[in-house]
Ligand binder design. Structure first.
Ligand code: NDP
Ligand code: GDR
Length: 357
């Protein structure tokens, strides 16, 4: 039986990955942070009584800022695979706490790699590093000839988060080359789900759609509606993470859908799920969205009501305008294909939030 350790197991991806690995017969360990209130909602359904025999799912208290604790946990578990998903993952928040982000998202990765080296596990333990399309920074001139970002495109990060993750990318590559470790970077483009954190743009929108439809929220305040993202489903993306660690040789892969969508179009699609059509008026911070029609008799929304406004508070000091990835290498070498299209993802997220509220 293979043993896996997941940092960031309480997050969106960690929860789907834990489910996938348990299904595949792995013994799954996860690192969770001590918090003053429960932070395990996404994985509560996986818990088993530790007094039972053959327990295959176990959590350990820890933090990526604490080397001794990381070394002890890895020594105790002797994992075959480590998935380093733990991170302060919010791009806008990284401008507010840049030093912390460097410590967790950058040096945290080094701590894992060093733990493997100190414990002499470089031939046994395979490592997945959660890299990101934020490394590209969305510079148009850095796209390939076909208009996509791929494994060869230059990096130009545009936030403290992106800069911390670029350190993690290169230190992972360096340890692979210097010490022969099986260590891979998955350069994942945005991926979402009903379990997406509530302050990321897609989930913020689908929650607001559900609340506005049910009369529990008046207005959705947004930042830059003109950003474009390549959005996939987290369930598809965790499968790619696992596949990356099952190859003969460790390599880095772009995981994306190859399609990009404006934030404003995601909003339109999400409101359409509850039968609300909106029209946009104005430009940038003067912009508002008004109800044009509501063809769902279940929801009593007044025609002409303003339900969307811009709040410049949500703008970033430096923005990544457009992301679109080329997943050809993953398609061919990993035999990885996304099963979800964006309309199905939007439908699932809105339906889930309607149930929640
Ligand atoms: P989430 O924000 O949902 O989860 C982050 C996880 O990291 C949580 O379990 C969180 O714990 C944990 N964490 C935060 N700080 C620390 C710390 N100091 N020590 C240990 N653990 C910590 O992120 P996602 O699941 O969406 O993303 C997973 C990884 O993939 C992240 O590294 C992210 O940067 C990266 N990524 C994500 C993409 C996406 O579109 N989702 C795209 C590309 C990369 P807690 O629950 O206690 O906060
Ligand atoms: P991103 O995701 O920064 O791409 O990072 P996010 O959903 O936060 O933003 C996407 C785009 O939407 C614009 N936007 C808003 N964003 C938020 N959060 N809130 C708003 O109100 C809002 N209005 C407009 C943003 O400006 C941006 O352009 C995510 C994270 O999961 C990272 O950890 C990961 O590495 C990358 O995706 C790939």
């Amino acid at each position: 039986m293979k043993v896996a350790l997941i940092t960031g197991i309480t997050g969106q991806d960690g929860s789907y990955l834990a489910e996938l690995l348990l299904e595949k017969g792995y013994e799954v360990h996860g690192i969770k942070r001590r918090a003053s209130s429960f932070n395990t909602q996404r994985i509560d359904h996986l818990f088993v009584d530790l007094h039972e025999e053959n327990v295959k799912f176990k959590l350990h208290y820890g933090d990526l800022t604490d080397s001794t604790n990381i070394i002890r946990i890895i020594q105790e578990i002797q994992p075959d695979e480590i998935y380093n998903l733990g991170a302060m993952s919010h791009v806008k928040v990284s401008f507010d706490s840049p030093e912390y982000v460097a410590n967790v998202d950058g040096i945290g990765t080094l701590r894992i790699l060093e733990a493997i080296r100190i414990l002499g596990l470089q031939k046994k333990t395979r490592i997945y590093q959660a890299s990101t399309s934020e490394l590209y920074g969305g510079l148009p001139e850095n796209k390939n000839a076909a208009g996509f970002y791929d494994e060869k495109s230059p990096f130009y990060p545009r936030s403290p988060y992106g800069v911390a993750k670029i350190y993690a990318f290169w230190i992972t590559k360096n340890y692979r080359e210097a010490y022969g470790m099986y260590a891979c970077n998955g350069i994942l483009f945005n991926h979402e789900s009903p379990r997406r954190g509530e302050t990321f743009v897609t989930r913020k929108i689908t929650m607001a759609v559900a609340k506005i439809a049910k009369g529990k929220q008046d207005v959705l305040y947004m930042g830059n509606l003109n950003a474009q993202r390549d959005w996939g489903h987290a369930k598809d993306y965790v499968e790619a993470m696992w596949k990356m660690l099952q190859q003969d040789q460790p390599e880095d892969f772009v995981i994306a859908t190859g399609k990009t969508t404006y934030v404003r179009d995601f909003i339109t699609m999400a409101f359409a799920e509850v039968g609300i059509e909106i029209a946009y008026e104005g430009e940038n911070e003067n912009e508002i969205g008004k109800v044009v029609q509501c063809n769902n008799p279940e929801y009593q929304i007044e025609i002409g009501k303003t339900i969307l406004k811009i709040d410049p508070e949500y703008y970033r000091p430096t923005e990544v305008d457009l992301l679109i990835g080329d997943p050809t290498k993953a398609n061919t070498q990993l035999n990885w294909m996304p099963k979800y299209e964006l309309p199905a993802l939007v439908k699932e997220m809105v339906a889930s939030d309607l149930k929640l509220f």
